[in-house]
Design a protein. Sequence first.
Length: 275
Amino acid sequence: MDLVLDAADRHLLTPYVYPASWPEGEPCRQLLSLFVITNLGALTLYLLFGTLSYYFIFDHELKKHPQFLENQVRREITYALRSLPWISVPTIALFFAEVRGYSKLYDNIEDSPYGWLGVFLSMLSFLFFTDMGIYWIHRALHHKLLYKRFHKPHHLWKIATPFASHAFHPVDGFMQSLPYHIYPFLFPLHKVTYLGLYIFVNVWTISIHDGDYRVPRLLQHIINGSAHHTDHHLYFDYNYGQYFTLWDKIGGSYKSPTAFEGKGPHDYLRKLREK
């Protein structure tokens, strides 16, 4: 995040916003800047990619499903916009620690003992590490002691749209994002790679709520896509994973998506039309 903060300081904040007497490295200034940048970035990613997905990928026929709620899209967006600033508060604390140099993020490819191979391997390990972390956090949030208070609001959307992707209770949203932020404190990671992965995970979160169940046949039971996550919303106890089905299979919570078996939401709507 220090790359973004440095760019903001250089091109906007130092020359146009903050007084010259306020040093760029001063902690209070960094925290304030991170709060603004994090919220603007999250809002931009959510509304931009959510809107593109909603209008160009999401099948609007799904809005005719009996479990699609009245005014659902507006309610999803409203809930997300209320939650994002609260989710950002603990997130900023972790970004601040990164900016102050406590993480293992590095600037140059040469700083990795494995060069470009290290960058590639770190991308893979990031995906597998965060997938594992999110699986167990997500599954814990389904425990009766936590579900009703924190995770149930997200399950209000049985037939989700891309705008449901960030419509979480703030505690739920932060807990499920925690593996993304923990990784660079445990493992070396290139700073630009981290920014790219951060954008990717936000777009992926939108994509598994977009109602587009198309996955290459060979990957249907490997990649945790929208079909898997739709069944998670519908049937509750299955498919907790984020990118892969690995941990669901290990944890005994894997369910073959009903959409792949001719029993998904689209099939239900087709049968309704035939009647």
